[in-house]
Design a binder for this molecule. Structure first.
Ligand SMILES: Nc1ncnc2c1ncn2[C@@H]1O[C@H](COP(=O)(O)OP(=O)(O)OP(=O)(O)O)[C@@H](O)[C@H]1O
Ligand SMILES: [Mg+2]
Length: 248
């Protein structure tokens, strides 16, 4: 299968401190890959490199056939219509209602008329169980709901790929389930290429076609859930055991 994203020998450090060290992986078109690893290992940095928000020190980063670090600001803006990221913070517009937040990427396109906007946004809000909140402002929503709105807004742009940074962190267990189901539904319905950064191994098990475990600057493990469970690598085993202990 063709790869949609590709990291080839990527190095990235800050102030002389190496974060990513010779990282290579690929994500196939339509595939969901979860990236796991300890805090500070470089998971968010990996997503920001894909989006072109950060530049690698060396190595190649390919997204949909394009060499991302070589793009101009204008070309990056174009790319962000195809490849969107759901930030940990949600990054919603506080002065806009839920409906207008989700409609924003559609209204940015000149050829979209209001009737179409209404249809698309209502469809997305229903799928994410947010129709009752359509007139609400972000400040009145729970963290989990904000995240659901952020996902709806990312989908409104009709992207080819979506990147999630810690979608279930800081939300209660109920909402965490809802968001996991929602990402699952998005995956099935839109067949988007997805990367999900998460600490949450139960979420990763549920969503991942393949998983990457980052450790000490490198890809320590890359394979399916079955392969991860069968792995005898002590680092992989320790990571999985810690997560079991953390369960309530
Ligand atoms: N813009 C930046 N300038 C300097 N250092 C940075 C920058 N962005 C990230 N870092 C550092 O790079 C390392 C990796 O950061 P990153 O945010 O990718 O971690 P993470 O794996 O996402 O962790 P967490 O699970 O806590 O979100 C951290 O030590 C962080 O302080
Ligand atoms: Mg992070």
């Amino acid at each position: 299968m063709e790869s949609f994203f590709e990291f080839r020998h990527v190095y990235k450090g800050f102030d002389g401190r190496a974060i990513l060290h010779d990282v290579s992986f690929d994500v196939r078109a339509g595939e969901t890959v979860c990236i796991m690893g300890r805090s500070g290992v470089g998971k968010s940095v990996t997503l920001k490199l894909i989006m072109g928000f950060l530049k690698p020190d060396s190595g190649q980063i390919i997204a949909d056939g394009i060499d991302v670090p070589l793009l101009s600001e204008a070309e990056l803006t174009q790319m962000h219509k195809k490849i969107t990221m759901v930030f940990q913070s949600g990054a919603l517009f506080d002065s806009l209602t839920v409906f207008d937040n989700v409609a924003f990427p559609l209204r940015e396109r000149e050829h979209e008329n209001e009737a179409e906007v209404e249809t698309v946004v209502t469809g997305l809000l229903s799928m994410l169980d947010l129709n009752d909140q359509r007139g609400d402002y972000p400040a009145s929503l729970s963290t989990g709901m904000k995240r659901a709105v952020a996902i709806a807004r990312a989908l409104a742009a009709r992207p080819k790929a979506i990147l999630y940074d810690e979608p279930t962190t800081m939300v209660d267990p109920m909402m965490s389930h809802t968001i996991a189901d929602l990402i699952q539904r998005v995956k099935r319905q839109y067949k988007l290429t997805s990367i999900v950064v998460t600490h949450d191994t139960s979420l990763a098990r549920k969503l991942a076609d393949r998983l990457i475990m980052l450790h000490e600057g490198g890809v320590r493990f890359f394979g399916t859930v079955e392969e991860m469970d069968a792995s005898q690598d002590p680092v992989v085993r320790e990571f999985l055991q810690q997560d079991e202990l953390a369960l309530p």
